[in-house]
Design a protein around this ligand. Structure first.
Ligand SMILES: Cc1ncc(COP(=O)(O)O)c(C=O)c1O
Length: 435
């Protein structure tokens, strides 16, 4: 694969930021990272448009020259210092093997847990490192034990299918049933809240509600905290799928207000693929069974997940990813991604024949947004649009399905994208819709 001049050595760096003393980055990465990247001062929204700064941030990602990736929603690319840390951990684990893992890994993994908990706004005893959001959410759902015959669980059409399956599995084992709701399209803060309020009112026996905070199909962000309060008021617990939230948005667990949350660190925090977090709020452990007869202490969250031999290097790289994320700055990163999103969306929002499926309301969207060429609701239609974007315009996006209104194409910018990429997408969509 041909690489652009953004190869990381010699071009990366984060100067004058919180990296000094960071535990995740080794001396080499730290030196590289401190080379030349100094964030300008000023309001977040102004910095979000400072191209000379973002050019230097983008240079910390090694990207291919043949296409432009606008599909960062699948998993995140590691920035160069994080990739270097990952390589270092792989080398060490491979070289020292069981000698390292048996003698030192447990302490290192505890440090990772502590760092991750602090980043999310939790205590170490409330989190456990998982292989991703799926593992965390499946455990939270199927091991939830406050549900019995005649009770209900609730999820929406837009929720992630693997979590819907887990909810189905829970009710099948416990003699409960599923209540579903459709999230309105187009969605607004008011109609989403009203939809959940009405659905909960119509189903007073709901004991567990699944909420996807930032939707993978459309990018819709729902007002989780308010919905959690509605559910709690009628005695229902909430599991929040936050697979896309941390790192794409600037937030902490407190902003979600839920007692049970699953997320990953390999999408928007930029850790290596295969790592996530399960969160159970202090005081709620008793409501989640230990995993498959685990005989660990009921008072220890580790008894709720048993992964087995794990990818040590991936877990060990998490602090480096958090270091880099915090060095860029959660609020700056979120604002930059949102700026790139708003740029292409505002250019095509009024274009005849292009339906943008995500609202522009400030708190209802982050970086992900999906569109549909009007009337093209099928799989083949949308795959053809994504194929044309790639073949003719060099823009990589992805077809998504499972929305009640029909299939769509999802666009997800990341820190290595530029306004020119957003403009090119807008031109392409205008041309496709105009035919
Ligand atoms: C909304 C949502 N939930 C859960 C997942 C699963 O995440 P993971 O790959 O970390 O298991 C994804 C992944 O795309 C997602 O978009």
């Amino acid at each position: 694969m041909k690489l652009t001049r953004r190869s990381f050595l010699g071009t990366t760096g984060l100067a004058g930021v919180a990296l000094a003393g960071a535990r995740g980055l080794g001396a080499t990465e730290l030196a590289v990272a401190q080379a030349d990247l100094r964030r300008p001062t000023g309001a977040v929204d102004i910095v979000a448009r400072d191209e000379s700064y973002w050019e230097r941030v983008a240079a910390t990602y090694r990207v291919p020259s043949g296409h432009t990736n606008l599909e960062a929603g699948y998993f995140g690319m590691m920035a160069a210092p994080v990739l270097a840390a990952y390589h270092r951990h792989i080398d060490r684990v491979n070289m020292e093997s069981s000698y390292y893992v048996r003698r030192q890994y447990a302490a290192d993994a505890e440090a990772v847990r502590t760092r991750t908990a602090k980043f999310l706004g939790a205590t170490p005893g409330e989190v456990v490192i998982t292989r991703g959001a799926t593992e965390a959410l499946q455990r939270l759902i199927v091991q939830y034990n406050k549900i019995g015959p005649g009770d209900e669980v609730m999820y929406a059409d837009l929720d992630y299918s693997a979590m819907q399956f887990a909810m189905n599995s829970l009710v099948a084992r416990r003699g409960a049933t599923v209540a579903m709701l459709d999230i309105p399209e187009p969605a607004t803060r008011d109609n989403v809240l009203a939809a959940y309020a009405a659905a909960l009112k119509a189903h007073p026996r709901v004991k567990l509600l699944l909420l996807t905070h930032l939707n993978n199909k459309t990018g819709l962000v729902i007002p989780v905290k308010e919905i959690v309060a509605l559910a709690r008021a009628q005695g229902a617990d909430v599991v929040v799928d936050a697979a896309h939230s941390f790192g794409q948005m600037d937030l902490t667990l407190d902003d979600l207000g839920a007692d049970f949350v699953g997320c990953n660190l390999h999408k928007w925090i930029g850790a290596p693929v295969g790592v996530g977090v399960m969160y159970i709020k202090a005081g709620r452990l008793a409501d989640v069974d230990r995993m498959l007869g685990d005989e660990g202490s009921p008072a220890d969250i580790d008894s709720r997940l048993h992964t087995g031999t794990t990818n040590f290097a991936t877990t060990l790289t998490v602090p480096a990813a958090i270091d880099f994320h915090e060095a860029v700055g959660g609020s700056y990163k979120a604002a930059r991604i949102r700026y790139l999103r708003d740029r292409w969306v505002s250019a095509v929002r009024g274009t005849r024949g292009v339906d943008i499926l995500t609202p522009d309301e400030r708190d209802m969207v982050a970086g992900i947004t999906s569109f549909r060429i009007r009337g093209r609701v099928g799989r083949d239609d949308n795959q053809a649009v994504a194929a044309e974007l790639l073949d003719r315009y060099g823009l990589f996006t992805v077809w998504r399905t499972g929305l009640s209104g029909g299939d769509c194409v999802r666009v997800t910018p990341a820190l290595y994208n530029t306004p020119a990429h957003a403009d090119r997408l807008a031109e392409a969509l205008t041309a496709i819709a105009g035919r």
